[in-house]
Write a protein of this length. Structure first.
Length: 240
């Protein structure tokens, strides 16, 4: 797969563990990745710290992959309207299958979204319209321009005070730990020199350039982290 495609969101560590469900016409198209099954609830628990189950909002998931995450989030937050997206339209069949099988009425049809491209190509999303953007396991297995585009787009599309929440393995102040993440980073660089764990300090700079601030870093299972970014307001009360 190329950048942001199906294998990326389910996690490079689990490339060989993707399998298809075999029961039912729709569920037979649902791609299930072990990594996504493990981390979808821990990520949901982080989301619950910012959104009540009854909260109404508009959320975009960038690089939805199989659709496992957005389907799980939609069930946990039934009044949030979720917009899945993928650069690879081959993922759409699985996303549609989750929507249909689980009878989700608060998940829109997926849109084609390439985060390396300008935000105004992102399926007609309006500036300052989003309450939340979620991006899971994409940065370390895409080119840097995809991460740069993610922050530029978030700066345009998020409402003032809205959130960008990212998940994955990261370097912190130039240090990658534990050793398993060091080895993972090395294997990614061998696969593609443009891939690898991104340093949180670099992400903070990219965020600030788009009027977004890193608010919190949450340790997660399997040596991953959730990074909580928030769209800033200027002192005079006007959004950046």
């Amino acid at each position: 797969f190329t950048h942001s495609m199906l294998g990326i969101v389910v996690g490079v560590k689990e490339w060989a563990r993707i399998f298809l469900r075999k029961t039912g016409s729709q569920s037979g198209r649902m791609i299930v990745a072990a990594a996504a099954e493990r981390n979808k609830e821990p990520i949901t628990q982080v989301l619950r710290q910012y959104f009540e189950p009854s909260a109404s909002a508009l959320a975009l998931e960038i690089s939805s992959g199989s659709g496992q995450h957005v389907a799980h989030f939609a069930q946990a937050f039934p009044r949030i309207l979720w917009q899945p997206s993928e650069v690879d339209e081959r993922a759409f069949m699985s996303i549609h299958a989750y929507i249909a099988t689980l009878r989700l009425t608060n998940v829109r049809d997926p849109i084609v979204l390439d985060s390396s491209q300008s935000w105004d190509t992102w399926g007609g999303l309006e500036p300052s319209s989003l309450d939340l953007i979620v991006n899971i396991n994409m940065m370390h297995i895409t080119e840097t321009k995809c991460t740069e585009g993610l922050f530029k787009g978030a700066g345009q599309l998020l409402k003032p005070n809205a959130l960008l929440i990212t998940y994955g393995p990261y370097a912190v102040q130039g240090v990658i730990s534990p050793q398993s993440n060091v080895e993972f980073h090395t294997s990614l660089r061998q696969r593609d020199p443009s891939w690898g764990l991104r340093d949180v300090a670099v992400l903070q700079i990219l965020a600030e350039q788009s009027g977004i601030a890193l608010e919190r870093m949450v340790d997660m299972p399997a040596n991953n982290k959730c990074l909580i970014f928030r769209k800033r307001w200027l002192d005079e009360g006007v959004a950046v």
